[in-house]
Unconditional design. Structure first.
Length: 168
């Protein structure tokens, strides 16, 4: 394996592992669990899951793919990054949004050749990329993996019922 292949495998395996951790937690949660607030007056478990789904869909634009529309109502809810309004979607809608968004992104990720991971993403110019080559597509996935891990930790630490389900 070349160094690029090793780095790519490490990052993508980490990202896919975090996605699978969220998927397993989500399978163990009831619709009532999805309504739990992480702390009084804060976002619900379902809000965080839908936020992750929307954020990961946005990655498709950074990687140069057309972002599919999967669940317009939930996507509109997260179009404004400052939106902290309660999420009114059902558990079924949240689960569907999560699964379809991850399937769409994973399909596109699996199509990217190793060398392309080390090219610039769509939000950096050629000139800036020449100065900062670490701002590549693979780094986008690394950051998404960290973002997902952050929220997974947030979900499992704030409520003993969720912590127990996540550690089974």
């Amino acid at each position: 394996m070349t160094e690029k292949q090793v780095f790519t495998k490490m990052v993508l395996d980490g990202w896919k592992g975090r996605i699978e951790n969220v998927r397993e937690l989500l399978k163990s949660l009831s619709d009532d669990d999805l309504k739990l607030e992480l702390s009084p007056g804060k976002n619900s478990v379902g809000w965080v899951i839908a936020h992750l789904a929307a954020a990961n869909l946005d990655v498709m634009k950074l990687l140069g793919f057309t972002r599919p529309t999967i669940h317009p109502g939930l996507e509109a809810h997260f179009a404004n990054q400052e939106n902290r309004q309660p999420l009114t979607a059902s558990g079924t809608e949240i689960r569907d949004f999560w699964e379809k968004s991850q399937a769409a992104l994973t399909q596109k990720i699996d199509e990217i050749p190793v060398d392309d991971w080390f090219t610039h993403h769509t939000m950096i110019s050629d000139a800036d990329f020449a100065k900062e080559p670490h701002r590549n597509k693979l780094n986008v996935i690394l950051n998404r993996s960290l973002h997902t891990a952050h929220h997974l930790g947030q979900l499992t630490l704030h409520d003993p019922r969720l912590r127990d389900k996540a550690t089974r």
